[in-house]
Each structure stands twice: as structure tokens, then as C-alpha cells.
Design a protein around this ligand. Structure first.
Ligand code: NAG
Ligand code: NAG
Ligand code: NAG
Ligand code: NAG
Ligand code: NAG
Ligand code: NAG
Ligand code: NAG
Ligand code: NAG
Ligand code: NAG
Length: 888
């Protein structure tokens, strides 16, 4: 007999058993401790998942919920099979992981059932992708994107033949060496999503890709692909997204889509070497929502059939060679949000060109061959958020009235022929943030800005005049104000209100008054202060705070006086200091030698005086390339110690230098060009682009005395040396012959004696030589560049002889033997410094990297997702670029 009691106990026992069983079923001890061990490899740091926020993904340390006494199947990011209790999925994306993944990592050994592994958006500190990943033979989804993996992708990844989705995108220097790409493509026959963006493949596109008939997404952007892109890939039956942008050597055409019912929705063909016309059959891509075919070599007119693609939201065909007008059929694109056609050869009246698409938010039509006056937007484009009408020869005045553009944040009208005054609607656009009217023919006063959100205002190169409303500085978001080359006047009294200012360029106007005391207290984002060519006066406030971020301070051609403020030594990031053409009165500010980033120091035409003291710093001015102290009252010997240490003027390996210019890249929204007035080969020249290999020393028009030190021959990278109009004595040092880059040398009006060293013949780049008004004697060197100099180079000396002078040398002076091919290379190898590259002006260049600038302004997350792809959230460039900007 079994009692109720006993039954009850049995029941309890069974229950207990059941529960233990159930518990055992949930997570094996082995897997649990393997995961905990894995966790211990990392530290957790918000920054490791920095890019998640940029894509609108919330990041947090998922592993924090991983505790020993709980069931691992319940842990955040862990997924188990309900029946077998094996871990089948690990999602640790955006989990702040910072550490290295070694091949001996536990997860490789205890999770043979894993089907899905997502480690994206962490920082694995340049870990290699281990060949042990091939142990996950059942893996269908592997995502290692944007996690700082590097090095060679192991061939073993291609063993994972069950993969349906593979994402290795946006890592640093990840390589898929031959035959890796081929093997991968041959073996992953089930793959539907393949994202290798930024993986360096550097080969032709494998035809085996055509066998991957399940592909829905293929991203091979930034892979260094070359050769002809196989047309067939466009026709893969399920392909939805094809992104192959930025493969500069990849050739091909836009394929025909005859009778096709292509599922293509996203097509990014920009920055590749595709050419030809867009075919009519493009109208068959009925599902197409996104088409970017910019920065290629497409030409011809836009097919009318594009108007059939009514799903289209994004059409970007900028910087090709398209011609004609946009077809009126585009007005059927009722979903079009983004239209960029800049930089083509479109022509006709701009008013006729603009499509009547009410949904448009972003419209860029600049740099085409349009004509006609400013178009009327009527009631049709009132939703516009950004409008680019740069460089299209817009003529005549802006209309005095415009019917509401309430959401317009970006308006660029620069580089046109707009005249008349700026109508008041412009100043009151309620949402305006970016406003560019530079390079037009506008006249009249500027009224008060009522657009409270303004961030960048550029009115440079017009004929605007009158007191600039200094209340503008009260706009709390104002970061850049560019007013150069107008006739504005007024004082900077309100500058202290400009709490967000980063770039202030007021050059070539009639501003006056002194600089307010608050100047040095600005935050470290105030980079550029350019007040050249105004009527400013007074002393510079000695208030530069320790944490300031100035990179350029240019006060050239004003009436500033007094000493150079000592607190400038706090400007640790200063690169350009131009105090030229003022009334500064001081001893040489030797303490500037401690500013290790300083590249340009111009003190020309002031009242500096006294000897140049020996520097207290071990290596003063280590990066100085332009040193102009001319036309002051400096005395004493030439600064020998400085010559010895100007490292940036010695042994510059120019071949390894990119031809870069002095300036600053601001995200990708703008580029600031430093502008300098420099005397080159005797002429004063406004350099609008200053090559960073441009190196000169100008100490002319002072009272330097004593000899020219031999050591000057160490500065073998300088292009120009001017020591004229001093009281230098002694011989011309033969070491000058080491300055093989020298293009001009001026030693005139000194008291130099002795002969001209024959070695100077080695100066094969020398174009201008002036040795006149000294006490030189003996034969003028003959041959090479010396055959090109005229009398003027030598006049007023004691007893020079030989060509080009008329008095021949007396026979007992030995002449060098004549050279067989004297004129072999008298063409200068030097750059033509005067060349002003088209499109470059002092100040700001806007939106240089079209298609990018919206990326970096937080608001356009939707666009980031479109261009970068919904799933493949890459932010590599963003991370890298911001590093680069600050790392100079
Ligand atoms: C990761 O950790 C290393 C060493 O602790 C540290 O130097 C680095 O800055 C961290 N990386 C991130 C992105 O936090
Ligand atoms: C396991 O069970 C949970 C809850 O019942 C369910 O949400 C999940 O989809 C199941 N997973 C699998 C792989 O069947
Ligand atoms: C794994 O390998 C790394 C580097 O080879 C080593 O530093 C670490 O101690 C190893 N860890 C274990 C658990 O063996
Ligand atoms: C394909 O994968 C299998 C294992 O699944 C492996 O044995 C074979 O070597 C792979 N082939 C290539 C070409 O990678
Ligand atoms: C495509 O697959 C077929 C059948 O598996 C094979 O014979 C052919 O070589 C493959 N083509 C390429 C280009 O790899
Ligand atoms: C575009 O649509 C028009 C009218 O619906 C049609 O006649 C034409 O054939 C279509 N063109 C293409 C290329 O689909
Ligand atoms: C662009 O097209 C025009 C007219 O077809 C042609 O004259 C011009 O050379 C082309 N420009 C380039 C850069 O291909
Ligand atoms: C604006 O839209 C109306 C009606 O949709 C149309 O008649 C008119 O031509 C459009 N204006 C412009 C400038 O496109
Ligand atoms: C301006 O933007 C707001 C907010 O996005 C929106 O509600 C409004 O409809 C827009 N106005 C116009 C004219 O498009």
C-alpha cells in the first residue's frame, strides 16, 4: 500500500529531479565557465564602441550581466538551443569590449554548435582573425565588422561553408590575399550577405561571384579592386544591394537591364572608373530606391526612363560629364528626397532645370553650365533642407521675396555673378545654419542676422560695406565667420560673446579698433584668427590661456603696436604666426622657439630691434619652414644656433612628401587655406596655397653684421635665402653650394669681400641671384645657371670679371675648362610658386568632399544608413579622420 504521504514525497522527489534535470538542460558548466573566461580577457570601455552611437545603436557592456551563479542561457547576448541547451548564438556587438582575441581563447573550443557570432563594434586592438574561427563549422552568421581586427584574413574562413552572412567590413588594414578571395567565393556557396568593405583585396573581381546566386547583399567598397567588373553580378537573381564604391581602378559600364525584373534597391557605383551612358533600360529597375553613380566618367544625357523609377529616394550623379537637361519625367519621382547633380555639364536655364518634386529635401545642382537668373521656388520646393546653387553663373539680384523655406539649413550660392543687395529674407530664414554667399558681386549693407541657428557664414569676396553687425557674435552656435575681401568696417567689441567661434577670417576689410581682452580666453576650439589687411590698432592682449587651440594667428598689415605678448607661448598648437607689416616694437621673441608646431614666423616690417639672443631651448623652432624677419632693426651676428637646428629645412625627403598645403581640414565640411604674403624672387606675392615643402629664410633689411656662418649650408631644403641690405662682412661661404634646392639667393647690399665660390655652379635650381653692391672680386663662375644671370646680379662690386660683365678676367686668373653641354638643364626643377590653382582662395573651401559632408553632421543619420547600408554600419572613416585632424 502506498500512502498519500508517500505519493506526495514521490511527487516532490520527481519534481525535484525534474527541476535539476531542467536546470542541467539550461546551460552546461563547461560553456558557462568558458564564457566567463572569455569575459576576463577584456576591459570594458565606452570608447571601444564609439561608432555605435553614430549609427544610432545603443551600446552598453552586455557582459556585465554574466555572473557565475546564474544560467548562461539567460545572459545578455547569449542564445541557447531550447532543446539541447547548447549555446548557438553570441551577440556581443556594441558591448564595449577592449582587448585581444588570442587563438587560445576559450570560445573557440567549447561552442561547436554556434550558429551565429557577432562581435561587431568593439575594439580588439589589431587582433588577427584567428584560423580557429573555422572550428565553428555550423556557423551561418559571422560579423566581425568595425572591431579593429587587422592583418591577413586566414584561408580557414573559407571552410565555413554554411555561412549565410559574412561581414568583415570596416576594420583596419585587413587583407584578403590571393587566393583568399577566390577560395572564399568558391566555398561559401550559401552566402546571401557578403560585406568586405575596407578589406584590402587588391585583385580583379572573381568570376566565381557569379555562382553565388543567393546573394542579396554584396559590398566590396574600398577593396582596391581592379580590372573589369563582371556585368553578370548586376543580374544575380536576388541581389538587392550592390555597393562597390571607391575602387578607383575598377572599370566597366552601367549594364543593360533588358526585360529584367531586377530586385536591385541600392546601387552604389561612385568613385570607380566606370564610363559610358546610362542606358534607357535603367527604367526597368523598378525597385531601385538608391542610386549613386557619382565621381565616375559617365556622360550623355539622363534617360527619360529614370522617371519610371518611382521608388527612388536618392539620386546622386555628381561629378561626371552628363549633359543636356534633366528630363521632365523626374517630376514623377514622388519619393525623391535627395538629388545631387553637381559638377556635370548640364545646361539651359536653371529655372527650367529644377524638377518639380515636392518631396525633395536635399538639392545640389552647382558647378554646371546653367544660365539665367535666380529661380523661383514657388510653392513646390518648400520642404528643402539643403540647397546648393554654387558656381552656375547665376546672374542678377536675388529676388526680394521668396515664399517660405522654413526648414532650409544649408544655402550655398557662392561663385556666381549675383549682384545687388542681400534681401532681408535671407537674414531671416528661421532654420539656416550654413550660409555661403562668397565670390559674388553683392553690394550694400548687411543687416542683422535673425537666423539664430547659424553655424557657418561666408560672405567673402564681395563688395559689401558698412559696419558689420557685431551682434552676429551673439549667435550662440556661430563657429565660422568669413568676411574677407569686402569693405566692412566696425570693431570687434562683441567678440567676447562668440562662445562657439572656431574660425574668424576678417582679412582685407576696413575693420578697426583693438582686439578685446577676452581673445586668449577662448576655448581650445578657436583655431583660426585671420585679421590681415585691416586697420586694427593697439596692443595684443597678453591673455592667451594655457589650453588654447590656436593654429593660425595672422595679423599682417594692420597698425598693431607694442610687444609680442609673452602668453603666446601658451599656444602650443600654433602653426602660423604672421605679425608682418605692423608697428610691433620688441626684441626678438626667442621664446616662440618652444612652439614645436610652428611652421611660419613672419615679423617683417615692424620695429623689432636688438640682437637675436642665443636660444635657451635645445632645438628651437624644430618645424619652422618660413622665417621672415626682414625690414626691422635687428643687429648683431646672424643667428647661427638657429640655422643649426632648423630641422624642417634640412634633408626633407620631398619624394615622400605628399604635396600638401598649409591649412586645416574641418571634418569634411570645409578646408581652411592659410594665405601668406611673401617676397619670392624679389616680388611680393600673395600665396593662396602654401605648400608644406615651401621653405624660405628672409633676414634682409636689418643691421646684421659679421660673417655668414658656414653652417647655413646645412639648410639644404630651403628654396629662397635673402640676406640683402645688412652689414655682413667676410667671404661668401662655399657651403652655400649645398643648398641645391635654392631658387633665389640675394646677398646684395652688404660688405662681402673675396671671390664668388666657384662651387655655387652646383646650384642647378637657382633662378635669381643678386650679389650686387658688395666688395667682391675675381672671376664670376661660368656654366650652368650662371649663364642665365645678367649684369644686374653683379653691379657695384670691387673687381668682378668675366661674363656677363664686359671686363674680361686677366689671363693669369685660371678659367675653368668650358663644359661640353653647358645648358643641359637650366630649366628649373622648382615649383612655380606663383601658380594660383583654380578654385583656391584664401579662407574657406566648402563641402569639398561632396556626398560626405552630410554624414558628419549627426542629424543625417538616415543618410548614413542609406549610404553605408542599414545592416553594415561602418564608421571607420569617421573614427580615422577625427584622429588625423588632431594628430598634426
Ligand atoms: C583599450 O585598452 C588599452 C589598454 O588598456 C588602452 O590603451 C586603449 O585606449 C583602450 N581602447 C579603447 C578604445 O578604449
Ligand atoms: C526558444 O524559446 C523561446 C521562449 O519560448 C523562444 O522565444 C525562442 O524563439 C526559442 N528559440 C528557438 C531557437 O527555438
Ligand atoms: C593565450 O595566448 C596568449 C598569447 O600567446 C598568452 O599571453 C595567454 O597567456 C594565453 N592564455 C591562456 C589561457 O593560455
Ligand atoms: C571548402 O571547405 C571545405 C570544408 O568545408 C574544405 O575542406 C575545403 O578545403 C574548402 N575549399 C576551399 C577551396 O577553400
Ligand atoms: C560555378 O559552379 C560550377 C558548378 O559548381 C562550376 O563548375 C564552375 O566552375 C563555377 N564557376 C566559377 C567561375 O567558379
Ligand atoms: C516608362 O514608362 C512609360 C510610361 O509608363 C513607358 O511607356 C516606358 O516604356 C517605360 N520605360 C521603361 C524603360 O520602362
Ligand atoms: C565632357 O563632354 C563634353 C561634351 O560632350 C566634351 O567636350 C568634354 O571634353 C567632356 N569632358 C570630359 C572631362 O570628358
Ligand atoms: C509648381 O507646381 C505646380 C503644380 O504642381 C506646377 O504647375 C508648376 O509648374 C510648378 N512650378 C515649378 C517652378 O516647377
Ligand atoms: C519642417 O520640418 C518639420 C519637422 O521636421 C515638419 O514637421 C514640417 O512639416 C516641415 N515643414 C515643411 C514646410 O516641410
Amino acid at each position: 500500500m502506498v500512502s498519500n504521504n508517500q505519493l506526495f514525497h514521490l511527487f516532490l522527489f520527481l519534481c525535484f529531479f525534474q527541476i535539476t534535470c531542467l536546470h542541467a538542460q539550461l546551460c552546461t558548466q563547461e560553456q558557462s565557465s568558458a564564457l566567463l573566461q572569455f569575459k576576463q580577457q577584456f576591459s570594458f570601455n565606452n570608447d571601444a564602441s564609439y561608432n555605435c552611437a553614430h549609427y544610432g545603436i545603443h551600446s552598453y557592456p552586455k557582459m556585465e550581466s554574466w555572473k557565475e551563479d546564474s544560467d548562461c542561457c539567460s545572459w545578455d547576448g547569449v542564445e541557447c538551443d531550447n532543446n539541447t541547451s547548447q549555446v548557438i548564438g553570441l551577440d556581443l556587438s556594441c558591448s564595449w569590449l577592449n582587448g585581444t582575441i588570442h587563438p587560445n581563447t576559450t570560445i573557440f573550443y567549447y561552442f561547436p554548435h554556434l550558429q551565429s557570432l557577432n562581435l561587431a563594434f568593439n575594439d580588439f586592438g589589431m587582433s588577427r582573425i584567428s584560423s580557429e574561427f573555422s572550428r565553428f563549422t555550423r556557423l551561418t552568421h559571422l560579423n566581425l565588422s568595425d572591431s579593429s581586427f587587422s592583418g591577413k584574413v586566414p584561408i580557414e574562413v573559407s571552410f565555413l561553408s554554411n555561412l549565410v552572412s559574412l561581414d568583415l567590413s570596416s576594420n583596419y588594414d585587413l587583407r584578403l590575399e590571393e587566393p583568399g578571395f577566390e577560395l572564399l567565393v568558391q566555398n561559401l556557396t550559401k552566402v546571401r550577405e557578403l560585406n568586405l568593405r575596407y578589406v584590402n583585396i587588391s585583385s580583379v573581381v572573381s568570376n566565381s561571384l557569379l555562382n553565388l546566386t543567393s546573394l542579396t547583399l554584396l559590398d566590396l567598397s574600398f577593396c582596391g579592386l581592379r580590372g573589369k567588373f563582371p556585368d553578370g553580378i548586376f543580374h544575380l537573381p536576388h541581389l538587392n544591394e550592390l555597393r562597390i564604391w571607391y575602387n578607383l581602378a575598377l572599370t566597366g559600364y552601367f549594364p543593360e537591364f533588358i526585360n529584367s525584373s531586377s530586385p536591385l534597391q541600392y546601387l552604389d557605383l561612385s568613385y570607380i572608373n566606370f564610363s559610358g551612358e546610362l542606358p534607357d533600360s535603367i527604367g526597368n529597375l523598378k525597385s531601385l530606391k538608391f542610386l549613386r553613380a557619382s565621381y565616375c566618367k559617365f556622360y550623355g544625357s539622363i534617360p527619360t526612363s529614370l522617371g519610371n523609377l518611382t521608388e527612388m529616394t536618392y539620386l546622386g550623379i555628381e561629378y561626371n560629364n552628363f549633359t543636356g537637361m534633366l528630363p521632365s519625367s523626374l517630376s514623377n519621382l514622388g519619393n525623391l528626397i535627395y538629388l545631387v547633380v553637381e559638377g556635370n555639364n548640364f545646361e539651359g536655364k536653371i529655372a527650367d532645370f529644377l524638377p518639380n518634386v515636392k518631396s525633395l529635401l536635399y538639392l545640389y545642382v552647382g558647378s554646371n553650365s546653367f544660365s539665367g537668373p535666380f529661380p523661383s521656388f514657388g510653392a513646390n520646393l518648400t520642404k528643402l533642407v539643403e540647397l546648393g546653387l554654387s558656381n552656375i553663373q547665376l546672374r542678377g539680384p536675388l529676388p526680394s521675396q521668396i515664399i517660405g523655406l522654413p526648414n532650409l539649413t544649408w544655402l550655398s550660392l557662392d561663385d556666381n555673378l549675383i549682384n545687388g543687395t542681400i534681401p532681408s529674407w535671407v537674414f531671416s530664414l528661421p532654420a539656416l545654419e550654413y550660409f555661403n554667399l562668397s565670390n559674388n558681386k553683392l553690394t550694400g549693407y548687411v543687416k542683422e542676422f535673425k537666423s539664430a541657428h547659424l553655424i557657418i557664414v561666408d560672405l567673402s569676396n564681395n563688395n559689401l560695406h558698412g559696419r558689420f553687425p557685431s551682434s552676429t557674435f551673439k549667435l550662440v552656435n556661430l563657429s565660422s565667420l568669413i568676411l574677407s575681401s569686402n569693405n566692412f568696417s566696425g570693431e570687434l567689441d562683441m567678440l567676447c560673446h562668440a562662445i562657439s567661434i572656431q574660425i574668424l577670417v576678417l582679412s582685407s576689410n576696413s575693420f578697426n579698433g583693438s582686439i578685446p581682452q577676452c581673445l586668449g580666453n577662448f576655448n581650445r576650439y578657436f583655431f583660426i584668427l585671420d585679421l590681415r589687411k585691416n586697420n586694427f590698432s593697439g596692443t595684443i592682449p597678453d591673455t592667451f590661456a594655457k589650453e588654447n587651440g590656436f593654429e593660425t594667428i595672422n595679423l599682417d598689415s594692420n597698425g598693431f603696436e607694442g610687444p609680442v605678448p609673452k602668453s603666446l607661448e601658451n599656444c602650443k598648437t600654433l602653426q602660423v604666426l604672421d605679425l608682418g607689416r605692423n608697428k610691433f616694437s620688441d626684441k626678438f621673441p626667442y621664446w616662440l622657439g618652444n612652439l614645436t608646431w610652428l611652421q611660419v614666423l613672419i615679423l617683417r616690417s615692424n620695429k623689432f630691434h636688438g640682437p637675436i639672443p642665443n636660444s635657451k631651448f635645445k632645438i628651437p623652432f624644430p618645424r619652422l619652414r618660413v622665417m621672415d624677419l626682414s625690414n626691422n632693426n635687428f643687429t648683431g651676428p646672424l643667428p647661427r644656433k638657429y640655422f643649426k637646428n632648423l630641422n624642417a629645412m634640412m634633408n626633407v625627403d620631398e619624394a615622400s612628401f605628399q604635396l600638401t598645403y598649409l591649412g586645416m581640414l574641418g571634418g569634411s565640411t570645409y578646408y581652411y587655406n592659410d594665405c601668406l604674403t611673401i617676397v619670392i624672387k624679389g616680388s611680393t606675392i600673395e600665396m593662396v596655397k602654401v605648400l608644406t615643402i615651401f621653405t624660405v629664410i628672409d633676414l634682409s633689411k636689418n643691421n646684421f653684421e659679421g660673417q655668414i656662418p658656414q653652417i647655413i649650408g646645412k639648410l639644404n631644403s630651403i628654396r629662397g635665402l635673402n640676406l640683402s641690405h645688412n652689414s655682413l662682412t667676410g667671404h661668401i661661404p662655399a657651403s652655400l653650394a649645398n643648398l641645391t634646392m635654392l631658387e633665389w639667393l640675394d646677398l646684395s647690399s652688404n660688405k662681402l669681400t673675396g671671390e664668388i665660390p666657384q662651387q655655387l655652379k652646383n646650384l642647378k635650381s637657382l633662378e635669381v641671384l643678386n650679389l650686387s653692391r658688395n666688395q667682391l672680386v675675381g672671376p664670376i663662375p661660368q656654366g650652368n645657371q650662371f649663364d642665365t644671370f645678367l649684369n644686374g646680379s653683379y653691379i657695384d662690386n670691387l673687381a668682378l670679371c668675366g661674363l656677363p660683365l664686359l671686363n674680361a678676367c686677366s689671363p693669369r686668373t685660371p678659367q675653368p675648362p668650358p663644359l661640353m653641354f653647358q645648358q643641359e638643364d637650366n630649366t628649373s626643377s622648382g615649383f612655380n610658386w606663383e601658380v594660383i590653382l583654380p578654385g583656391y582662395i584664401c579662407g574657406l573651401a566648402w563641402g569639398l568632399v561632396m556626398g560626405y559632408f552630410m554624414f558628419f553632421r549627426g542629424k543625417a543619420q538616415w543618410l548614413v544608413r542609406i549610404i553605408e547600408g542599414e545592416r553594415n554600419k561602418s564608421g571607420k572613416r569617421f573614427k580615422k579622420q577625427s584622429h588625423r585632424n588632431r594628430a598634426r
